[in-house]
Design a protein around this ligand. Structure first.
Ligand SMILES: [Zn+2]
Ligand SMILES: [Zn+2]
Length: 252
């Protein structure tokens, strides 16, 4: 039986920070590798552990640069690098293609569209890449955003992407073996809280509500002490959650 592996390329919330790229993860099972979120620095981290030409698909949760910027880096490598032009599927929500295409001035038969096979998805949509099935949910965020549940070999991983309280992620995460959940801030939710992100206590509660899932906190802001985030999430989760750090590999 082949295991499902999650590898953290980067987990810094909002922007890359010293020693930690922004959001990016590899999900692998058997012969299939999916790169989920392409924040700044994650392509560099990916290149350190695999040939980018072996990426089977990319998921871009939304068009905020801390989740999508390295799609541009990947495009440059694929279109003009040693792998040649191999069209790689890129799953992303509505409204995400145009800003990236504008950045590289892609029009018509531009190599951007030859190297990347864009597939727009939304809440309730499903897709299969090789050995891994994916289902998507729309999250409560400031731009269209998709959370993804990856299922392979009878195991499941639910990734929140960016989300505030509510949205489609709580349902998507229910019963998942691993819940990879954003916890951008700490402290109680108050007037100063950002509507479109979770605090650590909310991430902990979401992990507890999802069932027996193993909770991994991610997207902690570099302005926050991650140890406090883990401690605050532990109160609502019921035990200490793990923290996504670069290079962490988890068997789902
Ligand atoms: Zn973000
Ligand atoms: Zn965002």
């Amino acid at each position: 039986m082949f295991s499902v592996e999650l590898t953290v390329l980067g987990s810094s919330g909002g922007c890359a920070s010293p020693g930690n790229p922004a959001s990016g993860y590899l999900i692998t099972h058997h012969h299939t590798t999916i790169w989920c979120d392409a924040g700044p620095g994650t392509f560099m981290a990916l290149m350190e552990i695999m040939d980018p030409g072996d990426v089977d698909a990319i998921v871009v949760s939304h068009v905020h640069t801390d989740h999508c910027a390295d799609v541009i880096a990947f495009y440059g490598y694929m279109a003009y690098g040693p792998s040649g032009t191999i069209s790689v599927p890129v799953y992303l929500p509505e409204g995400a293609i145009e800003p990236m295409a504008a950045f590289v001035r892609a029009e018509g038969e531009h190599a951007f569209y030859l190297a990347l096979d864009f597939r727009t998805v939304g809440g309730g949509d499903e897709a299969v890449i090789g050995d891994i099935a994916m289902s998507f949910a729309s999250t409560h965020h400031s731009v269209p955003t998709i959370a993804t549940r990856f299922v392979a070999g009878g195991r499941s991983l639910a990734y929140s992407a960016d989300t505030g309280p509510g949205g489609g992620f709580p349902d998507l995460a229910r019963g998942a073996d691993v819940v990879l959940c954003e916890a951008t801030g700490i402290g109680d939710r108050g007037l100063q809280s950002y509507e479109y992100h979770l605090n650590a206590a909310e991430a902990g509660a979401l992990g507890a509500a999802s069932g027996n899932g193993r909770l991994i906190l991610t997207h902690v802001s570099p302005t926050v002490d991650a140890r406090l985030a883990v401690a605050e999430a532990a109160v609502t989760y019921g035990s200490e959650p793990e923290l996504a750090v670069p290079g962490l590999t988890v068997t789902v």
